[in-house]
Design a protein around this ligand. Structure first.
Ligand code: UT7
Length: 331
């Protein structure tokens, strides 16, 4: 981005609900096995929010941790963006609840809906606000409660999803700072609108007794088509992301991808010539958490000591819409 202002990730945080559902729990609910889920997806368990725990509550915990990590006072935050498609309510924005509960007294607040790409889209948006000079400190959250929109009678999709939230604090820094966001690419292909969708509850099919009876408030996932899209998009995105910064695959310290399926992540790493250990994977314990997936993984990778100052980290996500997004970061 052509600007003298750098945007630096100053802190990260994440939150997952306590309750865990294992593959064996699913084997008691639908016709599946631990072996099928493990070999087809890489997932062993996922965290699920108890009733009463809202998306905003998870976002608040992740945001609080990121602010503490960045040593930023709530009153200094200019803007909070929450990437989510499972907000507390259709109206108002979940970000407004987060703003109030965290005491971000001067912050503007809005939600951004780009499904599993929601966090990287939000980070890119935050970067634009910083690069333009409008804001100095932005809290960027990815939070989703897919469990609320999961049909637990559909074995092809219910085993995939978990709940959680992740957050980063993005701060303006002078052009002399070596750390910072280097490049982002966003994209969409609306011809894939039907591939991952919740048909009812919006203006097209408002909630009614019929929509509830017909189970149209749950996610419909065309897994095979999404699998093909994600597998090819993943390698294309990482390849073009580093190229656009004049870097190569060998310069990457860590790819932090949307946790979609270990088979997709392994396939992409192999095609890219990226050593497997440089592709961060936590889907085994988290499942697919949509917009929360990348910031949760980023926070876990950092806390595990896998990222140090100067390292090149590539964030990459793709999902409903269809949408996709990448971000190259020099830590
Ligand atoms: O973040 C974006 C959202 N994520 C996604 O959309 C997920 C992307 N897709 C995937 O990860 C994979 O496509 C799945 C994990 C969803 C499915 O894996 P697959 O290798 O594409 O399996 P499949 O759909 O081709 O199904 C193979 C078989 C079928 O049986 P038949 O027709 O061969 O007899 C399915 O009915 O596996 C059956 N099956 C299951 N069996 C046991 C489907 N789900 C299950 C299950 N347990 N949970």
């Amino acid at each position: 981005m052509a600007s003298d202002i750098r945007a630096v990730i100053a802190g990260t945080g994440s939150y997952v609900p306590e309750k865990v559902l294992t593959n064996d729990d699913f084997a008691r609910m639908v016709d599946t096995t631990d072996e099928w889920i493990t070999t087809r997806t890489g997932i062993k368990s996922r965290h699920i929010a108890d009733s009463g725990l809202t998306t905003s509550a998870m976002a608040v915990e992740a945001g609080r941790a990121a602010l503490a990590d960045a040593k930023v006072a709530p009153a200094d935050v200019d803007l909070v963006i929450v990437g989510t498609f499972t907000g507390d309510r259709p109206l108002p924005a979940t970000a407004c609840r987060v703003q109030h509960k965290l005491g971000l007294s001067k912050a503007a607040a809005f939600d951004l809906s780009a499904a599993c790409s929601g966090f990287v889209y939000s980070l890119s948006t935050a970067w634009s606000f910083i690069a333009s000079g409008r804001y100095k400190t932005v809290l960027v959250v990815g939070a989703d409660q897919l469990s609320r929109f999961t049909d637990y009678t559909d074995r092809t999709s219910c085993i995939l999803f978990g709940d959680g939230a992740g957050a980063v604090v993005l701060k303006a820094a002078p052009a002399t700072e070596i750390s910072g966001l280097l490049n982002c690419e966003l994209g969409a292909d609306g011809s894939g609108y039907e591939l991952m969708t919740v048909e009812a509850g919006g203006s097209e099919n408002p909630a009614s007794a019929e929509t509830v009876t017909a189970r149209r408030h749950y996610m419909i996932i065309h897994g095979k088509e999404v699998f093909k899209f994600a597998a090819s998009k993943m390698q294309e995105l990482v390849g073009s992301a580093v190229k656009s910064c004049g870097l190569t695959i060998a310069d990457i310290k860590l790819v932090v991808p949307h946790q979609v399926n270990t088979r997709i992540l392994d396939f992409a790493a192999e095609k890219l010539g990226l050593p497997k250990e440089k592709m961060f994977v936590n889907i085994d314990r988290m499942g697919n958490t949509s917009a929360a997936s990348v910031p949760m993984a980023l926070d876990e990778a950092r806390r595990a000591g896998l990222i140090h100052k100067g390292d090149v980290v590539v964030l990459v996500a793709f999902g409903g819409g269809l949408t996709w997004a990448s971000m190259v970061v020099r830590w």
